[in-house]
Design a binder for this molecule. Structure first.
Ligand code: ZN
Length: 309
């Protein structure tokens, strides 16, 4: 009970501080329900003016943002999706990647969870690019970085949706973007465990994107979805290769050929942890790391996967 009272007080204080409708939405007062229907079109007036022309492949860029995550997806028809925006210094890396690809708007943006190494540059992204729809969870942070992000969402009139395990993100009619977690009905008391985990499938190829999901999240996903639903060719390792993520059960269920790890050179956390590296070796999974390779591009053509370093 005490915890609930403190939580409510924090929400009231936050609302008073930023006076922001988006925050009200996020805490369940007037959030727009995620459009979970068949993903045939984007739910809002999406900026489909992206000059980038689709090449019939699903391209994934794990942008080198140092210690953090920022992943760009371009659909076979040229739709764009940005998942997370690294830390406060990541904007240049993100914007130069977008500029290189001639991308001036983002059809979908996803925030996996509100830690600074994932939302650090999100306010700048929101302020700099037109966004069709924005997905996040109802996990509330009490940081200035989080408040700035909410303020920019409101100031730029971005449509915000809550993502849960019953959400299919509408993006490209040939690609399925299934949110696997956070699981409806579960209350997460930790930002990492509340991460949005999603499987993006195109033809017979797929990638599992995990934010900073921990082993606890992975167990919940296995229990809800079953192992067969989790198979994916590529796995973005949870939490930058930490040993608190990537349980044997989860990695075996996903059964990827390729694993991706987004992290900084000589980071303070010792990522990737040796347990994770040992698991990749034991299971014969090829690991690609941004600290060693810089930005990594993966191409999923519906049949095969190709890594372009
Ligand atoms: Zn992180």
């Amino acid at each position: 009970m005490k915890k609930i009272v403190i939580f409510v007080l924090c929400l009231i204080m936050l609302s008073a501080l930023c006076g922001c409708d988006v925050l009200k939405s996020v805490v369940g007062i007037d959030i727009e329900p995620a459009p979970t229907a068949v993903p045939t079109s984007t739910p809002t007036a999406a900026p489909t003016t992206a000059p980038f022309c689709g090449d019939g492949e699903l391209d994934v860029y794990v942008i080198d943002v140092g210690q953090g995550d920022s992943i760009l997806l371009i659909s076979p028809s040229g739709k764009t999706m940005l998942i997370d925006a690294g830390d406060g210094g990541a904007f240049d890396a993100i914007s130069s990647q977008l500029t290189k690809l001639n991308i001036t708007s983002l059809d979908v943006v996803v925030v996996t969870h509100p830690h600074a190494d994932h939302i650090g540059s999100m306010a700048k992204v929101i302020n700099s690019y037109e966004i069709g729809s924005f997905y996040m969870t109802d996990f509330v942070a009490t940081t200035k970085t989080y408040e700035r992000m909410l303020t920019e969402l409101e100031d730029n009139n971005v449509s915000v949706y809550q993502a849960t395990s019953d959400t299919l993100i509408a993006w490209d009619e040939d690609v399925t973007v299934q949110v696997l977690s956070p699981i409806v009905g579960i209350e997460y008391d930790d930002s990492n465990t509340s991460s949005i985990v999603m499987k993006v499938s195109y033809g017979n190829t797929s990638i599992m994107l995990t934010g900073d999901a921990e082993k606890e999240t992975e167990s919940g996903i296995i229990a809800l979805w079953g192992e067969d639903a989790l198979k994916a060719d590529v796995l973005k390792l949870g939490h930058h290769g930490s040993s608190t993520s990537s349980s044997l059960e989860f990695v075996v269920a996903v059964d990827p050929d390729i694993a991706l790890c987004s992290l900084g050179v000589d980071n303070d956390y010792g990522h990737p942890h040796r347990e994770t590296l040992a698991l990749m070796e034991e299971l014969n999974i090829a690991l690609y790391r941004t600290d060693l390779l810089g930005t990594i591009k993966i191409v999923l053509d519906g049949t095969d996967i190709q890594v372009i370093k």
